[in-house]
Ligand binder design. Structure first.
Ligand code: SF4
Length: 92
């Protein structure tokens, strides 16, 4: 529950610029700390949100930072270490 409150509070902040990847629809973040009533699964076991276009920022931005990723075993988003971030001109 503490992590849920933290997610809600920090969800107004931007998503970390070092986040990469895309959602694999595992649905694990929709069960924190208990299954969301809007969580649905299709016949292939892929999750979806019954109120997707109206979902709150804490869902929209999950996982916002590496520290806030509470489902690293299944979540397909990942975070590039700062030392590996380079711009097109080769600078950090
Ligand atoms: S845990 Fe990550 S990959 Fe799984 S549904 Fe949530 S955002 Fe998508």
């Amino acid at each position: 529950m503490k992590n849920k409150l933290k997610r809600m509070t920090t969800s107004l902040l931007p998503v970390a610029s070092n986040r990469r990847g895309e959602c694999n629809r595992c649905g694990q973040c929709c069960k924190l700390p208990f299954p969301c009533p809007f969580l649905r699964y299709d016949e292939e076991g892929l999750s979806s949100c019954a109120v997707y276009h109206f979902r709150p920022p804490s869902c929209r931005k999950y996982p916002r930072t590496a520290a806030e990723n509470l489902t690293p075993a299944t979540c397909s988003y990942y975070f590039v270490p700062a030392e590996e971030l380079v711009t097109a001109d080769g600078n950090l």
